[in-house]
Design a protein around this ligand. Structure first.
Ligand SMILES: [Zn+2]
Length: 71
C-alpha cells in the first residue's frame, strides 16, 4: 500500500521509500546546519517526506545556492 506522499509533487509512494532532508547530514558541503537554514526558508523541516526525485532536485538546488554564496 502506498501510504506516503511527497510534499512537493504530491506523488504517492511506499513508506520505505521516503526521503527527508535528514539525509543531508551525511554530505560535507553544504554543511547540515546551513542546509537546515536553507530548507527552513522553503518551509521544509526534517520531518517532511519527499520522493527520491524531488529530494535529488533539492540536493542540487541547495548545492547550487551554496556554491553561489561561497564561490
Ligand atoms: Zn516528489
Amino acid at each position: 500500500m502506498k501510504s506516503a506522499q511527497c510534499k512537493k509533487c504530491l506523488k504517492k509512494f511506499h513508506q520505505k521509500d521516503i526521503f527527508t532532508i535528514q539525509q543531508f547530514q551525511y554530505r560535507k558541503i553544504p554543511t547540515y546546519k546551513w542546509s537546515l537554514d536553507f530548507f527552513k526558508k522553503l518551509e521544509i523541516d526534517e520531518l517532511d517526506s519527499f520522493c527520491e526525485n524531488c529530494m535529488m532536485g533539492y540536493s542540487k538546488k541547495s548545492k547550487a545556492e551554496w556554491d553561489k554564496l561561497k564561490g
